[in-house]
Design a protein around this ligand. Structure first.
Ligand code: F6R
Length: 609
């Protein structure tokens, strides 16, 4: 979704802002722009389309003297993608420039009132009201104008403003959408995500929810809404700058698929230290409190929801606890039955997904204990939760989630083991054995990825097919749902994913001679049932592409193509069985010439409802 970068310092900033926007591209956008202060006045350059269009607009107009500026990538919500609707937006005088992420819900009324007062609007956006409100409230103090503007607007947003009268200052505020300040040597960056300035500085100050900030090259102040200064420490981020580069891979998605063994190693590291003991430090829920939990409620969206569904199987199996699971956008508008003994687990890679955050807040209001599983330190989800389990997958740039998904599965498996430990549903030996097996999986996966070639060959055979059906049962069901989502989002091929036992209740009607049906048929207690479902598929002369456990020779009799995965115990199998489905989707999308890193219409971080 939208991305913000701002700079104040001693370096020429047009290039820095442009580079920052390039680093934010992964979030998804349909227009981009920047504004810089040159010779006392603000110049704005905007373009529809990708960053190459903005680069063309900037050609021959490098604004070499600019030392203060804002940049923005916009993903249209209010107003179509156009250069007028692209950010930055200006006030009537052109002295003020702003960029905004999120949505101003009361913008229509504000716009009407401001227009009556004589303000002239040049875009269809909700964001432009912020520029005019700052203009209205400005009397020489930019921070105060920001504070008063904040008080006027409703919604969820993060914005930054500059004024030509303050050549070294960026001021802004946030509500629910993230904003981070990067502190350099005599320079300061502000951005909606760390990658935007990671190549320039690793020292970060987080602006908290419902807080204001004012930043100059020498000083960063974070303030509450009454302008009381808050103590904020600088955090040093340890992300690898190379993580934001492709490191020799043709795409970020491929690189991230191949980074999965490391993502698993890091997510597990130190969390199963003593035999039979699971340590989840940031969870901040004592063992006693955890023992009092009688229901787990998982809420998430998209791929994170599929990780949550794996969680349901392992929590029931290992921890013998009741589990409910819901899509966050449904949960938030229902009246779920929660109590202080319910543990609500919000899973969100970004920690910013609007629906998941709203669901978590609702759960907290209803008295439940709330836990976040997220990949982003300091993200909003971590603030809306009582405790956190961080996935340590590192930065994920590809819009289609891969390594963060695997890390989410591992995180919820760790939670299930922890609950099994405090509930005594598994003894220390059983927990130790599962933990020991989990530790072997990164190695198995690394070997698998080194020798993997089957998925490319299979992709070549099927990529022209107009439709794919995915089937799975038990813990293979979330895997097939995820495989189908991956294929549709990056190749635009329609897919249907179903519980294999449900197929005969409807989707079987879709099958025809040669229709590709991807079946997750790894070893487990429902394997024979899955084979029966495969027989039903074959009876319709459809083509079976099976994901099966290494060594299963019998499956050859039932399948047209097989993607073998390493042998694991059943509850851990999603950690390996989802990987060939990621690769199959990847190769099909590549063969079709699709942009796998930035599929159309999708955003990496969905900060709107
Ligand atoms: C698909 C994908 C999305 C996200 C969903 C939730 O590949 O990435 O379905 O999983 O938008 O995002 P997070 O996990 O950031 O809450």
């Amino acid at each position: 979704m939208c991305g913000i970068i701002a700079y104040a310092g001693s370096r020429s900033c047009t290039g820095l802002l442009y580079q920052g926007l390039r680093k934010l591209e992964y979030r998804g956008y349909d227009s981009a722009g920047l504004s810089v202060l040159v010779d006392g006045s603000i110049e704005v350059v905007r373009a529809v389309g990708n960053m190459d269009s903005l680069e063309r607009e900037l050609k021959g107009n490098g604004h070499a003297d600019a030392r203060l500026g804002l940049g923005h990538t916009r993903w249209a919500t209010h107003g179509r993608p156009s250069s007028e609707n692209a950010h930055p937006h200006s006030d009537c005088s052109g002295k003020i420039s702003i960029v905004l992420n999120g949505i101003i819900e009361n913008y229509a009324g504000l716009k009407e009132k401001l227009a009556r007062e004589g303000h002239r609007f040049t875009s269809e956006t909700d964001a432009e009201v912020v520029a005019h409100l700052i203009e209205k409230h400005y009397d020489g103090d930019l921070l105060e104008a920001v504070r008063r503007t904040y008080a006027d607007i409703a919604g969820h947003f993060a914005f930054c403003a500059i004024h030509s009268g303050h050549p070294q200052m960026i001021a802004g505020a946030r509500k629910e959408c993230p904003l981070l300040v990067g502190v350099g040597e005599e320079e300061v960056f502000v951005a909606s995500a760390i990658p935007a300035f990671l190549s320039e500085t690793r020292d970060v100050i987080v602006v908290g929810d419902e807080e204001l900030f004012v930043a100059t090259p020498g000083e960063v102040q974070v303030l509450d809404l009454g302008k009381k200064r808050l103590d904020r420490e600088i955090t040093r981020v340890n992300w690898d700058v190379g993580a934001a580069e492709k490191s020799g891979y043709e795409t970020f998605m491929r690189k991230e698929i191949y980074e999965q063994p490391d993502a698993l190693i890091d997510t597990i590291a130190g969390r199963m230290a003593a035999p039979g003991q699971v340590v989840l430090e940031e969870m901040l829920v004592s063992d006693e409190a955890l023992a009092g939990i009688d229901k787990v409620y998982i809420v998430a969206c998209g791929t994170s929801f599929h990780a949550g569904m794996v969680g349901r199987y392992v929590l029931e199996d290992w921890a013998r606890i009741a589990v409910e699971l819901d899509i966050a956008s449904e949960f938030r508008y229902r009246e779920p039955v929660l109590s202080p003994s319910t543990l609500v687990v919000g899973i969100s890679q970004s920690g910013e997904t609007a629906d998941t955050l709203a669901a978590m807040r609702q759960a907290r209001r209803m008295g439940a204990r709330v836990l976040a599983i997220t990949n982003i330190m300091g993200s909003q989800a971590t603030r809306d939760a009582d405790g956190v389990i961080y996935t340590r997958a590192g930065l994920e740039i590809g819009v289609a989630a891969t390594k963060t998904h695997l890390a989410q599965i591992a995180a919820i498996q760790l939670l299930a083991l922890k609950l099994a430990q405090v509930r005594n549903s598994l003894g220390p030996d059983a927990i130790g054995a599962i933990a020991a097996e989990m530790k072997t999986i990164p190695g198995l996966l690394a070997d698998y990825l080194k020798n993997e070639s089957a998925t490319h060959e299979i992709a070549k055979r099927y990529y022209r097919q107009p439709f794919f059906l995915y089937l799975g049962r038990g813990v293979g069901l979330p895997v097939c749902l995820e495989g189908a989502l991956k294929l549709k989002e990056i190749s635009y091929i329609p897919t249907e994913a179903y519980a294999a036992g449900e197929m005969k209740h409807g989707p079987i009607a879709l099958l025809d001679k040669g229709s590709p049906v991807v079946v997750v048929a790894t070893d487990g207690h429902v394997y024979e049932k899955v084979v029966s479902n495969i027989e039903e598929v074959r009876a319709r002369e459809a083509a079976v592409i099976a994901v099966a456990t290494e060594g299963n020779e019998g499956i050859k009799a039932y399948s047209d193509d097989i993607m073998y995965v390493p042998r694991t115990s059943e509850m851990l199998s999603p950690l390996v069985s989802v990987v060939p489905l990621q690769l199959l989707a990847y190769h099909i999308a590549q063969l079709k010439g699709c942009n796998v890193d930035q599929p159309r219409n999708l955003a990496k971080t969905v900060t709107v409802e």
